[in-house]
Design a protein around this ligand. Sequence first.
Ligand code: 2AM
Ligand code: CA
Length: 262
Amino acid sequence: MLHSALINVMVKAARHAGRSLKRDLGEVEHLQVSLKGPANFVTMADKRAEELLYADLTKSRPGYGFIGEEGGTREGADKSHTWIVDPLDGTTNFLHGIPQFAISIGLQREGTIIAGVIYNPANDELYIAERGKGAFLNDQRLRVAGRRQLDECVVGCGLPHIGRGDHDQSRLEMTAIQQRVAGLRRFGAASLDMAFVAAGRLDGYWERNLQPWDMAAGQIMIREAGGVVSGMAGDDDPLTTGHLICGNEFVHKELVKILKPL
Ligand code: 2AM
Ligand code: CA
């Protein structure tokens, strides 16, 4: 399938960094038995992947700004374009050898996300989206699920981490949703949760306290697949608030209705 030059640049960078992560995953599984454990190694894997992405993306599009989870913000001469990159989303999964992690690359132009690539090197699933051109999983066009009965829906969520977020609030939200849906899931990589919503695997998903690089690519993936993305208010910007609700139009509305008053 033919994609734009921009998407090709993003895909090439994601696959390159993906090969590095996949090699490192093999090493992590090996290190599980060692005394020191793989945590430091994973930090290195993460940084290595980000540097590959930075080098590849900057070589192809010199001057674009770059915001990465590891290296922070790197300004470029071109102030209207910024890459928003998570080199390893789902770090805890990666550390435990669970094959649910991804490289996430979003491109922002004048404040709007115009392209996104999410790549899971463990199962070679590649998600791409470009504004006005649709969303694809391995070249298959994506469409959000069409379910309109909440009790038939499978919904994803996030959980606050140790020492972070509001655990009581999280329990409150989960209890409220659990009573209304067919199934609740927690996969642990926000970018892939969003890709799953775009692919119609999950009917909806919400999570609090995310970072822009967790959501940038996922946001355009869902919108191009016909879904809706917002913050907790229902019409706000998750990239600004850090809180996210998404799904098809109906599920998104229902989730907002349940979660907003809590
Ligand atoms: P990460 O793996 O790149 O850290 C898990 O619920 C999701 O939340 C993951 O996508 C994870 O991204 C993200 N996340 C955001 N902030 C986090 C934090 N402070 N600690 C762990 N995961 C975080
Ligand atoms: Ca992340």
